[in-house]
Design a protein around this ligand. Structure first.
Ligand code: HPA
Length: 274
């Protein structure tokens, strides 16, 4: 791994010079969902640009920082903003943050994103529990020399999204009267949205939602043995499924609509992970 490993350790040293905080949960907030950060009792914040070598997002609305703190008793490190492969970063940089959070101590990876709904029963503003993903259309983040201290060369991917965490999310959603969809998230690199024919093809393959993030990080987290759970906020119906053209602004609108139930669900789940 050489350079990739050295860069990661350099980032780790940089963070450790600022805080000794040991998180249990690593939470990544997807597009439009950054408002959740207000639920955290903050101990320390580190803007990404203050960490030497750390990838910094160029996307509007993805202003980037680590927030260290507690959700009730659970110590969390939260990423407000993340980089995407379509920004031109090496895939190893896209997964550097999740590896870093694992090295800081995080055992659970809670990933969230905005996604297009492919399943015809979905509506904008729905939340979807991620049960599995389709990663066939983009480079694997583990390509290159394997870092044996992280995980094995050929990791099993049978249960990327932890079954117990899925059950916990279902239980908490039910207790709080939050209706959640469930399904398979498909990762495409973007940045262009899909064509209607792409979406028809993805339906045949078993996709329920489509987006441009999450899967590289989930593959790297699974490689390192983290427990993973994920929620998509369905920001729009995918291409060809509604009359309106897709635009980035509607992602924020749908996220705002879903914000109260998203906040409740995510914070209650994290509290239980103390
Ligand atoms: N396609 C891909 N990524 C997305 C979409 C979509 O329709 N909506 C939000 N992120």
């Amino acid at each position: 791994m050489g350079k990739v490993y050295d860069k990661l350790i350099n980032c780790l040293t940089c963070v450790r010079m600022r805080t000794g905080f040991v998180p249990k949960v690593a939470l990544v907030l997807g597009s439009g969902l950054g408002d959740f950060a207000k639920e955290i009792d903050v101990v320390c914040e580190i803007p990404y640009q203050e960490i030497e070598g750390f990838p910094v997002s160029t996307v509007p609305g993805h202003a980037g920082k680590f927030i260290f703190g507690h959700v009730e008793k659970t110590p969390v490190v939260c990423m407000k903003g993340r980089v995407h492969y379509y920004e031109g970063y090496d895939i190893s940089d896209v997964v550097l943050p999740i590896r870093l959070m694992k090295l800081l101590g995080a055992e659970v990876f809670f990933v969230t994103n905005a996604a297009g709904g492919v399943n015809t029963t979905f509506h904008a503003g729905d939340l979807m529990l991620i049960k599995d993903h389709i990663a066939l259309f983009a480079p694997n983040p583990l390509i290159g020399e394997n870092e044996d201290s992280f995980g094995v060369r050929f990791p099993d991917m049978s249960h990327v999204y932890d079954v117990e965490l899925q059950n916990l999310i279902r239980k908490i959603a039910k207790e709080n009267d939050i209706y959640i969809q469930e399904g398979v998230y498909t990762y495409l690199t973007g940045p262009s949205y899909e064509s209607p024919a792409d979406i028809k093809a993805l339906k045949v393959l078993g996709a329920d939602a489509v987006g441009m993030s999450t899967v590289p990080e989930a593959i790297a987290a699974n490689h390192m043995g983290m427990k993973i759970c994920g929620i998509s906020c369905i920001s729009n119906l995918a291409a060809g499924m509604s009359d309106t053209p897709l635009c980035h602004e509607e992602v924020q609108q749908a996220a705002d609509e879903a914000a109260p139930k998203f906040k409740k669900l995510v914070s209650e789940v994290i509290k239980q992970l103390a």
